[in-house]
Write a protein that binds this ligand. Sequence first.
Ligand SMILES: Cc1cc2nc3c(=O)[nH]c(=O)nc-3n(C[C@H](O)[C@H](O)[C@H](O)COP(=O)(O)OP(=O)(O)OC[C@H]3O[C@@H](n4cnc5c(N)ncnc54)[C@H](O)[C@@H]3O)c2cc1C
Length: 253
Amino acid sequence: MTATETSASSRRIEWQLAEVRDVVIETPRVKSLLLRTAGWPGHLAGQHVDIRLTAGDGYQAQRSYSIASPPEDELLALTVERVKDGEVSQYLLDELHAGDQLELRGPIGGYFVWTGATGSPLCLIAGGAGVTPLMAMLRHRDRSTSRAPAVLMYSARSLEDVIYRDEIDAMARRDNSLRIVHALTREQPKDWIGHRGRLDKCLLAANCFPPAQDPAIYVCGPTTFVESVSGLLVELGFDPFSIKTERFGPSGG
Ligand SMILES: Cc1cc2nc3c(=O)[nH]c(=O)nc-3n(C[C@H](O)[C@H](O)[C@H](O)COP(=O)(O)OP(=O)(O)OC[C@H]3O[C@@H](n4cnc5c(N)ncnc54)[C@H](O)[C@@H]3O)c2cc1C
């Protein structure tokens, strides 16, 4: 554990107010909130925050959101996907505007984090909005001078649902040690030459660094996605303890 992790995990995490500085439309179902928090202690790529909403009658709702921004950025970015009938996601997407405030606490989590310290190849596997903490890792890697070879395998419903598409493509164009593999599950453009359908064993075998290279593996997305991908990786010979997972919610997509 690094000094930053130790101090983050032993510190008592208090609620604090954050100001919304900007709202970025990422896809038709996803926005990023750029937040300024006074006295933010810093975070590691992969950590998350808790958000707490309080209604006029005192009713409170609390949810977790991964931090999409790298430790180097001044503003904290959270990327929120609309969940049908979702209490908190709908509020964050529809009601929050620049200048508004909201309560958050963090950073939280010391397990699903990547610092680049080991130099191992990096294998990131995302389902939908599960790309958020992995984007913090890619952005952190992009800012650092020594870049471990990396692959992002990203499953989305359609091309228009690919979050951060322009930024990811630009990163890959300027860095030939980064590969991006898209899988489009529901709808593909006519001229699509990438993978159609869900991430499968063949695609994982062809694109993940082999177990002998001891890659750092991070899988994030809906619960069913994470369970299915982790199971396939174990079948491919990866040590279950080398696969770090984060589950966002109950359903697959
Ligand atoms: C560590 C962690 C990090 C997270 N990071 C992010 C993030 O970066 N971006 C993000 O958008 N979400 C993230 N989530 C999910 C987030 O915390 C909420 O669960 C999500 O926004 C739904 O909350 P809601 O109040 O809108 O829906 P709710 O009112 O809680 O649920 C409404 C309905 O949708 C179902 N549901 C709840 N969550 C999901 C889901 N994720 N997928 C599909 N169906 C669901 C419920 O079972 C229910 O039927 C993260 C979760 C965890 C645990």
